[in-house]
Design a protein around this ligand. Structure first.
Ligand code: CA
Length: 222
């Protein structure tokens, strides 16, 4: 999943970005409201983390503009802990969740995961499909046969994206956009390599190749 982190506090960004990446998120950063609003309309992000006090355009304004133009990107706003007014304004502007500063990054990550599950109509807790479950903390997949595999960060990113978008064709381009960051070398052939590695672990029939369309992750094996 690819996140847009909108925050002008460089120290906070330097601390958060690597932690989010370790948790298997591709992270693009924006430091001001104008650029953030533009990037958030690019439709490549799965979720935005939006600070409210930003240079050039306030976070609230950015959020209002997105919603006014039917941009429904899931948004977690970062607010001052003791300012209940900001939180109310945020929800009224169309925020999905909020977190008061200062916060523990573990809480932000838990909220991101919970919101992504909600948006994709998956239950809270472990991500599951027929015959397997994914542990997002351990970045490991467990099969009902009893086998457990620890995944590399890219395998994990890819499998999580599949589990949140089951039973629909996903192009290699789409997959690489949601697995890698803006400045990454996005060779979509690399996706083939990782799909092959996932098939070695999960079995050949789990991920179907659709000619000209990409891949379909099957939630049920029958
Ligand atoms: Ca700020």
């Amino acid at each position: 999943m690819r996140l847009l982190l909108i925050e002008d506090d460089i120290t906070l960004v330097q601390q958060l970005k690597p932690e989010l990446e370790r948790c298997g998120f591709a992270v693009d950063v924006s430091h001001d409201g104008v650029e953030a609003e533009y990037l958030g309309n690019e439709a490549i992000y799965d979720l935005a983390i939006l600070d409210l006090g930003l240079p050039k355009r306030s976070g609230i304004e950015v959020l209002r503009n997105w919603r006014k133009h039917d941009n429904h990107i899931p948004v977690i706003i970062l607010t001052a802990r003791d300012d209940w007014h900001e939180r109310v304004d945020g929800f009224q502007a169309g925020a999905d969740d909020y977190l008061g500063k200062p916060f523990h990054s573990e809480e932000l990550i838990a909220r991101i995961q919970a919101l992504l599950h909600r948006v994709h109509q998956q239950p809270a807790g472990l991500l599951k499909a027929d015959g397997l479950s994914l542990d997002e903390e351990a970045q490991s997949v467990r099969l009902d046969s009893g086998a457990t595999y620890t995944l590399t960060n890219t395998e994990f990113r890819l499998l999580r994206y599949f589990l949140l978008h089951p039973d629909k064709p996903l192009s290699k381009m789409q997959l690489s956009e949601h697995v890698y960051e803006l400045d990454a070398d996005k060779d979509s052939n690399v996706i083939e390599v990782y799909v092959r590695r996932l098939r070695e672990k999960l079995g050949k029939t789990r991920i179907e190749t659709r000619r000209g369309q990409g891949y379909v992750f099957r939630s049920r094996l029958t």
